[in-house]
Design a protein around this ligand. Sequence first.
Ligand SMILES: N[C@@H](CCC(=O)N[C@@H](CS)C(=O)NCC(=O)O)C(=O)O
Length: 78
Amino acid sequence: MYDLYYSESCPYCRKVIKFFEENNIEYNPKEINNSTYYDELLDIGKKMQVPFIVDQKNGISMYESEDIINYVKKNEKA
Ligand SMILES: N[C@@H](CCC(=O)N[C@@H](CS)C(=O)NCC(=O)O)C(=O)O
């Protein structure tokens, strides 16, 4: 399961969400207007940028929508 930090207004986030939904990949949405999630994002990632994922199972976290999509594609095939 992936934690996805995102904001409603962010087109890069929408692209990642569309990818998750079209491929029926389970994720835990964390909208950063929620200050708890905003703080988590800064704590883990160290910068204010979305989208950002955390793959707790593999100890991986990542920014950049294209990198996220490519990582999840590979990970789901493995
Ligand atoms: N190249 C990045 C761009 C991500 C990006 O620009 N995100 C914006 C929101 S749409 C952001 O978080 N900007 C930082 C800020 O607003 O402080 C990607 O593809 O994920």
